[in-house]
Ligand binder design. Sequence first.
Ligand code: SAH
Length: 292
Amino acid sequence: MSFAATILTLYPEMFPGPLGISLAGRALADGIWSLDCVQIRDFATDRHRSVDDTPAGGGAGMVLRADVLAAAVDHAVAQFRPGTGRGTREAGGGGPRLREPRLGGEAGPLHHPADGPPPRAGEELSVPILAMTPRGKPITQARIRELASGPGVIILCGRFEGFDERIFAARDIEEVSVGDIVLSGGEPAALMVLDACIRLLPGVMGATLSGVEESFDDDLLEYPQYTRPALWEGREIPEVLRSGDHAKIAAWRKLMAEDHTRLRRPDLWERHVGARGQPASGARQKQKDQGT
Ligand code: SAH
């Protein structure tokens, strides 16, 4: 199934940006994922097309209006179609709408046989709606895996001082942070979340990713990597990696992953240790083995 991303932004020209290049760019051209950008300003109702207003209670900056955001979100949800080119052309505000339908034809939502059973008439398509905000829950690789295995995502990018708080509950929006830093807008954060999802989509990384352990699987950081030359500026690649003894190498890597995590990320380490031996960790391992 094709993964559909809809970005709600005041700067649609920022997309696909870096995601039009390399792996993600090729996957976009191949129709593995699709991108629609919705210009939030197109949903302003006053003659100045304003999307923001001064903060209630006073203070610096401007706040994005809940009514304008809600209209944009409702539009994006109504238009959302995984596995098809979706018709946001009229509301795109000149933003990119890069994906053409995989199968030709005029009729509404197109369904590719590879996408599994088509949604039945009247069946609501549930797509996660994320808002990028430093006040959100920090995104994790586990959440990225969930998102990547779904139909796609709608991402709301903030600007100025952020969103009117009421929008989150009113539209069941998940507030997501990409870390304890403050960006000038949600667009780079949305690009990060999308990039992380796209590389997990089947066919994007080829066979290389499946079964390979990565940082954050099982709440561990990856072991250190090396490549030739074996001796560089007086620094050697660890002996064990040149031994050809696969069991020894695997044991060394496990130890290094554990050591690095314990020293650099006590928060992850605590979770890793906490999950070990409990039924949940077995389930996670099984999930990982299946590449989901
Ligand atoms: N005044 C706000 C910051 C607004 S930054 C505060 O102190 O919380 C402007 C916009 O950038 C936000 O609305 C959000 O969309 C985006 N942004 C900034 N930092 C972010 C982060 N760490 N994660 C996700 N989005 C972020």
